[in-house]
Design a protein. Structure first.
Length: 69
């Protein structure tokens, strides 16, 4: 197997991992758990959770793009 093919397979696997992480973070059970009615720094907890989950997915994709060259 060529070295480039192994890197392509790894990139594909990491991309699937990032997509799966995003999917899991936005599943209804986690959203329901964050919807407690409380606030975080004056922001509703569910909105803070959504923003942080979105930030995690963006960061994962940014790391993947940076590492892919």
């Amino acid at each position: 197997m060529r070295r480039g093919a192994r890197n392509d397979q790894r990139f594909t696997g990491l991309t699937i991992l990032a997509a799966t992480t995003g999917l899991v973070l936005f599943l209804p059970p986690l959203l329901t758990a964050a919807n407690t009615g409380g606030t975080v720094a004056g922001v509703p907890a569910v909105a803070a959770y959504l923003f942080c989950a979105w930030l995690v997915v963006i960061a994962l994709v940014a790391v993947l793009v940076r590492r892919s060259g």
